[in-house]
Design a protein around this ligand. Structure first.
Ligand SMILES: [Zn+2]
Length: 305
């Protein structure tokens, strides 16, 4: 039996969780406490959308924890209109998504890893910004937008390659759509008028000719890859502390690791701007922009080395 056989499927489902009315995060520690925790080393970071908002990629939820954007589910994607809906919007949004750069929080977290204090980053983000900032051990719980997989033959393509193919199939679409587009969404697509979407041609798989190309991300309603989940649990089990950054933990895929860490008696520090579903499990709870908190930690760590 492989080690991963004992891992239950980690299905990612839209969460109806929202904080109780009027709930504000209860701050239960100081930046100095957090520094002390991080300087102890063995930190596993669990990051969510709040990590990338300072890079210009919006969150699914607002600062009050309420969901602002409803993500597409795998069932919606699988119907033909769903795929066309997804790819037309993702095609138009790609340039802006790809243009996002790591912010000072990403850079500071990578620095903490380089200094041997952070062991691994488990991320719910699909933007690749941790790797771009220099983090070496990144577990992408919800996959990545940088590759595309064929659901028929399992071939994997670079997203850039597909972007070019979509451009050839839909000449002039980008110009028309750019004029009509709305704001960029957390998963890299944009709002487009329905009549534009119906005109869009979806690319076929170059290996098998099938029309089931899907971004290599875990859609709501799918399960996270078992081997990734197993590696995340391994990291938690060998950690000295868990540091949650920019996640409301509304989705069970992230909350499950917090629960595991808490059951093991590990210190759990949470730094986000709004309330989280894991607040009662936290031993340390801070608010504040990650672009300020994380560089402050990296600076403090510098003094100790
Ligand atoms: Zn194929």
């Amino acid at each position: 039996m492989k080690a991963t056989d004992s891992i239950p499927p980690l299905r990612v489902t839209p969460s109806s969780w929202r904080p109780p009315p009027g709930a504000l995060p209860t701050v239960t520690g100081t930046l100095a406490d957090l520094r002390e925790l991080v300087n102890g080393g063995g930190v596993v970071a669990l990051t969510g959308a709040g990590m990338s908002t300072e890079s210009g990629i919006p969150d699914y939820r607002g600062p009050d924890g309420a969901r602002r954007v409803t993500p597409m589910t795998i069932d919606q994607f699988r119907d033909e209109y769903g795929a066309r809906h997804y790819w037309s919007r993702a095609y138009v949004g790609w340039d802006r998504f790809r243009a996002a750069r790591p912010n000072v929080g990403h850079v500071a977290l990578a620095e903490l890893e380089r200094r041997g204090l952070v062991d691994a980053v488990i991320t719910q983000n699909v933007d690749g910004l941790h790797q771009e900032a220099g983090s070496g051990t990144v577990l992408e719980l919800h996959g990545t937008l940088t590759t595309v997989v064929c659901l028929d033959c399992s071939a994997v393509f670079r997203r850039e390659h597909l972007q070019a193919a979509l451009g050839r199939l839909n000449p002039g679409f980008a110009q028309v759509a750019h004029a009509a587009r709305g704001s960029i969404r957390p998963d890299g697509d944009v709002e487009l008028p329905g009549e534009l979407v119906t005109d869009f041609r979806v690319a076929a798989c170059e290996d098998c000719g099938g029309d089931q190309l899907k971004p290599d991300v875990v859609f709501f309603g799918e399960s996270a890859h078992r081997d990734v989940v197993a590696r995340c649990f391994e990291r938690i089990e060998s950690a000295r502390s868990l540091l949650v950054l920019g996640s409301s933990l509304a989705v069970m895929s992230g909350l499950r690791f917090v629960r595991r860490a808490a059951r093991m008696g590990l210190p759990v520090a949470i730094v986000t701007n709004g309330p989280t579903r894991g607040d009662e499990l936290a031993t340390l709870r801070l608010t504040g922009p990650l672009g300020e908190v994380l560089p402050a930690l990296a600076t403090a760590a510098d003094r100790t080395t």
